[in-house]
Design a binder for this molecule. Sequence first.
Ligand SMILES: Cc1cc2nc3c(=O)[nH]c(=O)nc-3n(C[C@H](O)[C@H](O)[C@H](O)COP(=O)(O)OP(=O)(O)OC[C@H]3O[C@@H](n4cnc5c(N)ncnc54)[C@H](O)[C@@H]3O)c2cc1C
Length: 534
Amino acid sequence: MEEIFTDILVIGSGLAGILSALEAEKSGLNILLVSKFAIGMGTNTSMASTFTAANSRFSREDHFRVTMEAGKGLNQLNLVKVLVEKGPEAINRLNDYGIPMVERGMGYVMNRPEDSFQMPGVLWMKRLHERLKTSSIKLLPGLTIFDLVVEEGQVLGAFGFFRDGKPYLVRSKAVILATGGAGAIYQRNDNQKSILGDGYTLALQAGLPLVDLEFVQCYPLVLAEPRLSSVILLGHPKGERLLNEKGEDLAEALGIAGNIHHAVMAERDRLSIFLYEAAQRGDVYYDLTGVSEEAWNRFPLNFLKKSKFPFRERPFLISPAVHFFMGGVEIDEKGMTALPGLFAAGEVVWGVHGANRHGGNAVTECAVFGILAGQSAGEYLRQRQVSQGPLVNPEVLSRRWERKTKAYLRKKRGVFDQPRDLLKELRSLAWKHAGPAREESSLKEGLDALAVLEKRIQRVYPATRSDLFRKRDLESAALLIKSILKGSLLRKESRGSFYRKDYPDKDDQNYLKNTCYRLEKGDIEVTHRPIPKG
Ligand SMILES: Cc1cc2nc3c(=O)[nH]c(=O)nc-3n(C[C@H](O)[C@H](O)[C@H](O)COP(=O)(O)OP(=O)(O)OC[C@H]3O[C@@H](n4cnc5c(N)ncnc54)[C@H](O)[C@@H]3O)c2cc1C
């Protein structure tokens, strides 16, 4: 087993992870940044484009109002205040790191030529990676973290496997969790394939509760052509149409003809649910054949134009798809969790968005709270050096993790299911039973079907190196799907992104509450708790 020592370990190289690492470096400490893949790659950040934050035409009060309106009473007030207050400062930090930002609408976008077809997020990641290369931060792409190391009530590093199958024990004095969301546990999603909610599982296993995991946001228009990536369809030019397989205009049926753009912005959930239910009756198409040449030459259509697929010549299949997780790990205003030594930032965190996320707030959250988590981890270590707590015997720790490695690699005899097929089954179960429209009977059926799948997952053994990682993905995805199903059963109302067909109305009297998920003896326990006073 390889052992590495550092002061602060950052897990994840999306916007939240990179900004927290750069900030923590300013305290003069040793920082190690790890991620599953190449730095900045395989991140949801690389697909994002827009920041919401106060600018010269959009005040902090406006930002606060739209965020709270979307959250439908479940936002964590203290975190929203920080987001709104520090949003513009975080945008300035991006400017400092070589990402030129300009005001646009309710916030900012990267300043780049109109005809550029590169995803803005990819450009941010490239610039930040360049910045990292000139820093003292050590980078270890290819390391997947399987566990946080928790000793005597504090986090002292993490354990994982490198892409070549070698086990690694990273010993650190603090850890920043920036592992993103979990969109890819669903059959229909627009996330990167590897965004499977590892951070949520790591937190649950370390004894932390998760909050409001049942709130999952969908994007209504995502490419669903077989063999093409599930690309999010942005832009909404004049002349776009939504059709069913009979050629009937679905936008007209929903009363949004000529204004799909507005519906995507203001009624995202209603449109997603409508299209989810329409897709159960037959295929749903998006038609761009009536769109002007000028629109095809601008981002984002110029991106589609590069493809060999005849997007301009015929309608193509689309579907709503899971986009963002509102729930996650609880932090304070400085990015600290309840577990000493553990900080968190980005999509893995709960609180800012409440029952739904206002567009553009996710990357602002990553920037604001990534910076704060980096600063507070540095501060935590400075204080800790003054009053250093009891340290664990290093040899005992090594032996313990050697044993754990063997347990992960143990090969048992049994029926062998292909992990790839099992993940496919899990994903379609999630979409069918915990998708945009949920109801009691289907949620219960989902839990029964999941129990059968869980038994099959238990029997998977790491026959190859990739099976080791796949088994981990399966266990993590199953745990989260079970959580969402259970949490959805408990919430008998509809609110924000959360829709129960059998309880279509918001019920403040009984459900203006946060849902708390805990891992107790290997199973998920779900309870409600009052909204904290912010
Ligand atoms: C298509 C799309 C478009 C979007 N557009 C916008 C937008 O315009 N504006 C907006 O505000 N939001 C947008 N969002 C949401 C936003 O992009 C994400 O919420 C945000 O980028 C998440 O950033 P993050 O740093 O938390 O995580 P990510 O950027 O997702 O990065 C996660 C990192 O964690 C690493 N990781 C995960 N698990 C492990 C593990 N076990 N071990 C090691 N490393 C691990 C991954 O390898 C990766 O490096 C969009 C999302 C999508 C999918």
